[in-house]
Ligand binder design. Structure first.
Ligand code: FES
Ligand SMILES: [Fe+2]
Length: 452
């Protein structure tokens, strides 16, 4: 088993312990709000939801809501979603199209650019209404590769500086060309960081997700540590986990991958460890015919699953044809609750590249409809499905087998953290990304509060 660590920070990252208070303590949560959420660039949503002037969405972020719109001049604008008359939440809808925003309370009306354009009975304000001052309060907004980010800090560092070298590593994937096919949110009873921790290590995978042995090799991975607390991970896909006995026949997942590329799984009897390379080679051979351009990718990327975590709370899990965005958001007041979003995107085959337009399979696409050849005009954005974690426990909802297992487990982690019989975590080398994330957290939280 080899874990290769590529450290881009110029600083050594050593395993250390930290206390459980950060998952439980309301005072820590308050400080986190000031030190993390109000100061850091946060992934708010998809630029595809703001394609035309007047498109808007509301990003629900802990104790704030941020309204993001495409103004008439074509630029994106972001504002606190609050009316400047008496503080009503301005926009109640999560997403939509508007020519202006009219408050439901007394009908103060704002333009897409945040300007206060109409005030009923303005002559009844004896002191007048300074329209400039009473415009919507702006928040920084920027876009990278189809993702809309906001930052509540007054004068944030440029988004690209914050993301740093991560953007170079992710550039070949062109997430902006992918299409949202599923949008889910689960309300969970755990701290948001427990979710980040969970998606920052593979130590648990063999035990909690034994089904992964059919599709990935979690023993030989590459870990990247980036400045600002971002991390990356590359896991070999189209293969099996060598910690378990190597099967004679390709697994069901490998077979699906081979078949989606026009290869016969029976040809790989006794050669299961050769499937990965065969998938890479075959994608090069037939990619364009199937409507996929793989010329930007290295061979490994054609078979492997990557997972990049952007500090603080955005997790990307992806292959060239697929992306999951996993995003835990803090609860407004309770450190022991969070909202956990999962957005699934796929790259549809491009008919202009080749005659056949068919989906190419991969582990992360498993379970998604791979029927391609859909025209953009057929696209209907899926509604967000929001539910309680009990719906997952009861089997009424699913976010895939793997994530369902994580969700069930995380309730137990949060409950255990609250026990008098537990004080602090004890991490290993496999959990280096967890450590790196918490080091960044500590750095930003420093000067006060018992962060442990
Ligand atoms: S609070 Fe919005 S118009 Fe009065
Ligand atoms: Fe997991």
């Amino acid at each position: 088993m080899t874990i290769e660590v590529v450290n881009h920070t110029g600083r050594e990252v050593a395993i250390a312990n930290f206390s459980k208070e950060r998952y439980l303590c309301p005072a820590y949560m308050d400080r986190e709000w000031e030190r993390i959420w109000r100061r850091t660039w946060l992934l708010a949503g998809l630029e595809s939801d703001l394609a035309a002037p007047g498109d808007f969405f509301v990003f629900d972020m802990g104790r704030e809501q941020i309204l993001i719109t495409r103004a008439a001049d074509g630029d994106l604008r972001a504002f606190y979603n609050v009316c400047q008359h008496r503080g009503n939440r301005l926009v109640a809808k999560e997403r939509g199209q508007a020519s202006n925003f009219r408050c439901a309370y007394h009908a103060w009306t704002y333009g897409l650019d945040g300007a206060l354009n109409a005030i009923p009975c303005e002559d009844r304000f004896p002191q007048g209404v300074p329209r400039g001052e009473r415009a919507l309060r702006p928040v920084a907004v920027d876009v990278w590769d189809g993702f809309v980010f906001i930052c509540m800090a007054g004068n944030p560092v440029p988004l690209l500086d914050f993301l740093g070298p991560v953007t170079d590593w992710l550039a070949p994937y062109r997430f902006r060309d992918m299409t949202l096919v599923e949008d889910q949110t689960v309300h969970h009873h755990c701290n948001w960081k427990a979710v980040v921790d969970n998606f920052s290590e593979l130590y648990h995978v063999d035990f909690l997700h034994p089904q992964h042995k059919r599709m990935v090799d979690c023993c030989n991975d590459t870990v990247h540590l980036f400045p600002e607390g971002h991390t990356g991970l590359a896991v070999r896909g189209a293969t099996v986990n060598p910690r378990f006995p190597i099967p004679e026949e390709p697994t069901d997942i490998q077979s699906a991958q081979l078949q989606s590329l026009g290869l016969n799984p029976a040809d790989f009897r006794g050669r299961v460890l050769e499937v990965r390379e065969a998938v890479q080679r075959r994608k090069r051979e037939v990619g364009r015919d199937y409507g996929y351009d793989y010329s930007r990718f290295a061979d490994d990327q054609l078979s492997d699953v990557w997972q990049y975590n952007l500090f603080p709370n955005t997790i990307f899990s992806f292959t060239p044809e697929h992306l999951w965005i996993l995003r835990p958001r803090p609860h407004a007041t309770d450190p022991q609750q969070c909202w956990f979003d999962k957005m699934s995107l796929v790259l549809h085959a491009d008919p202009s590249l080749g005659g056949q337009t068919r989906g190419i399979g991969g582990p992360a696409r498993h379970g998604h409809n791979l029927t391609d050849g859909r025209k953009p005009a057929d696209y209907v954005r899926p509604e967000r499905d929001q539910f309680e974690h009990h719906a997952i426990l009861s089997g009424e909802k699913t976010m895939t087998d793997t994530i369902d297992q994580d969700i069930e487990l995380l309730g137990g982690v949060q409950a255990g953290m609250g026990s008098a019989g537990f004080d602090s975590v004890w991490l290993n080398d496999d959990e280096l990304r967890v450590q790196h994330f918490h080091n960044q957290l500590d750095e930003r939280m420093r000067d006060g509060c018992e962060s442990g």
